[in-house]
Design a protein around this ligand. Sequence first.
Ligand code: ATP
Ligand code: MG
Length: 234
Amino acid sequence: MIEISGLSVHFGGVCALDGVSLRICDDVAGIIGPNGAGKSTLVNVLSGFVRPSSGSVLVEGTDLLSLSPHRRARWGLSRSFQKVQIVDDLRVEDHVQVVLDARQRTRHEREKTTRDVLAYVGLTSRAGALGAELNQFERRMTEIARCLAAAPRIVLLDEPGGGLSEVETARLRAVIEGIRPRFGAQVLLIDHDVDLIRAVCGRTAVLDFGRLIAFGPTRTVLQDDQVKAAYLGR
Ligand SMILES: Nc1ncnc2c1ncn2[C@@H]1O[C@H](COP(=O)(O)OP(=O)(O)OP(=O)(O)O)[C@@H](O)[C@H]1O
Ligand SMILES: [Mg+2]
């Protein structure tokens, strides 16, 4: 359960989030909205990259904003980035291993976790490939594998479908749908692909100019006139 109350973020004169309140309990919840609506800003606030000017966030009863970013990660908050963060000369398995705390796990456990999450996202045969050798889909999957390796309770995915083909999006969909049953984590999915959102998100929030303009069952939200005008019609 993620409880967001009165969250506001200002960048100079820009109000990126304007008093957003949301209670999210779905296995997979969606966040949509036009470019610049504040979606990534919301993820950045949750993960600790951006400090809000007001508001609070409770995750399973924990006051998230009182924790430093690395404590949030240790608590079980994982995220992927809209602009993938892949290092050219690191191997796929190294990208995953970096999030595994050497103090808490033996080398054997770290290797097993890495193998498991890479198998889950379909990258077993690419474990030794360098970042520079990966296509966009493999980059996205490496980021998701890294999220899952960290024993997450909440996974924030910022446009994981960006730049993927139809076939790749279908594979991404299966990966997202399996996260709750397989790893026990709640997923917050930002994406511009409305078909993907419709397929996997129980409920969906819509942001427009930093304001929450709709939140409810995904099918209902996607038929809302205000949502269509703000987003789908563009
Ligand atoms: N670090 C920053 N400094 C200044 N302005 C920012 C910063 N980050 C975001 N903004 C502004 O805040 C607003 C919301 O941006 P945000 O990136 O959250 O939108 P978004 O919904 O993720 O858009 P997109 O679909 O294009 O990814 C935009 O006007 C953006 O220009
Ligand atoms: Mg964004």
